[in-house]
Design a protein around this ligand. Structure first.
Ligand code: PLP
Length: 418
């Protein structure tokens, strides 16, 4: 027989024994949302999408997605999948063909070995990978150290999973690299994990090998888990050699590697990503995925398989274009007097706008209203982003050039006003 809630409460709250009536429950309108949901602010990026949607002739450097369409043969693989009536669930892990191809791909690129039968899970984008990873591994109150400014979803994902995000500021003076000493200083008995995203959204920063090695040593020394969101792994420039976190000494057993097809293969709309982890960790993650998602869309998995098999020339072509646009924007901003550190990864620049006398929010809001150029205020990525704006260069060179003309005009006006 179940114990009625009221008698439990009487036992644990003796003050109720003297009250004549049960205290009234607050009306539903004041308690409909869970506190942890209510307290998380809306995404700072969405507000600018909303403003943009009401305007015409907007040049958008706001959205973090490729302007390229998915490569043609990948689209065709999706069409073929549907026409072959592949319209059913797959294994909870994802198709074995895609997992095998991914295992091969990661070994070829980074020398890491994952067993496709029990160490790889196909997810609904890296977004699901992140959510599943934190939900499967965090207990209430567990602390997660993360660098900021960082991707908008990290804090909410950790909070929704019951964890506590502990931000470490990174700055333009240090090329937005994570200072290992600060990581070590932030570790407490409650620390469960470090969350890394290099190449980084929004800064475009990468980790130098010595820094990455030192962070790995800290994780090992303090026996921490590492969530490594490597969704921009293929988008690196200037000879930077990407190394996956799990390939570093002592890291494979403590790394949850997350990635996806959205960025490198221009597949944002297909919603397809992955998690790789040792089987004892992946088993737990699979449990959450199994109950909540079942399996990623079959059509998207079939298309992703084609991307891995034949997409290399497409990745190389897009990367070469991003690299040219990166140069254009970095040089352009520096010429205007908006100091911009040279990003070596992803497809974002993160210019400093403090010389205009405006805050990030004011800058972004006035720029869209006065010059119809959409950028994202740095504060959307945490308070450490104040003084910066994020500009995505996954847009045509012609648009980037026009955006620079408009931004220069705007900056000049701000300086004249000051
Ligand atoms: N992680 C980072 C750092 C991102 O920038 C994004 C998208 O912008 C994601 C994850 C989500 O990617 P997906 O489209 O695979 O869900």
């Amino acid at each position: 027989m179940t114990t009625p809630i009221t008698s439990n409460r009487l036992k644990t709250d003796p003050s109720l024994l003297n009250s004549e009536a049960e205290p009234e429950r607050p009306p539903l309108s004041t308690r409909v949302l869970a506190r942890r949901v209510d307290e998380v602010p809306r995404s700072g990026i969405r507000r600018f999408f909303d403003i943009t949607a009401t305007m015409t002739d907007v040049i958008s450097l706001g959205v973090g997605e490729p302007d390229f369409d998915t490569p043609q043969q990948v689209i065709e693989a999706g069409v073929h999948s549907l026409q072959s009536r592949r319209t059913h669930y797959t294994s909870n892990y994802g198709t074995i063909e895609l997992r095998r191809a991914l295992a091969h791909h990661l070994e070829r690129l980074y020398g890491v070995k994952y067993d496709p039968s029990e160490e790889i899970l196909i997810t609904v984008g890296a977004s699901e990978a992140l959510d599943m990873a934190v939900r499967a591994t965090l207990d209430p109150g567990d602390e997660v150290i993360l660098h900021e400014p960082s991707y908008v979803s990290y804090r909410p994902a950790v909070v929704f999973a019951g964890g506590v995000p502990v931000g470490i500021d990174t700055t333009i003076d240090q090329n937005f690299s994570l200072d290992p000493a600060k990581v070590e200083a932030a570790i407490t008995p409650r620390t469960k994990a470090i969350l890394l995203n290099y190449p980084c959204n929004p800064t475009g920063a990468v980790l130098d090998p010595e820094v990455q090695d030192e962070i790995a040593r800290i994780a090992v020394r303090h026996d921490l888990l590492v969530y490594s969101d490597e969704i921009y792994d293929r988008l690196v420039y200037g000879g930077y050699q990407m190394r996956t976190m799990s390939s570093l000494p002592g890291m494979r057993r403590r790394t949850i590697l997350m990635g996806g097809f959205s960025k490198a293969y221009a597949m944002t709309g297909w919603r397809i990503g992955y998690i790789c982890a040792p089987s004892e960790i992946l088993e737990g993650i699979l449990k959450v995925h199994q109950y909540m998602i079942m399996s990623a869309a079959t059509v998207a998995q079939d298309a992703a398989l084609e991307a891995l098999k034949t997409g290399e020339p497409d990745v190389a072509m897009m990367l070469a274009q991003y690299d040219r646009r990166r140069r254009l924007l970095v040089d352009g901003f520096n010429e205007i007097g908006l100091t911009t550190f040279e990003p070596r990864g992803a497809f974002y620049t993160f210019p400093q706008i403090t010389s205009t006398g405006l805050t990030s929010d004011e800058f972004a809001e006035r720029l869209i209203r006065e010059e119809s150029v959409a950028v994202v205020p740095g504060t959307a990525f945490g308070s450490a982003g104040e003084g910066h704006i994020r500009c995505c260069y996954a847009t045509s060179e012609a648009e980037l050039r026009e955006a620079l003309v408009r931004i220069e005009r705007f900056v000049k006006r701000c300086r004249d006003e000051a």
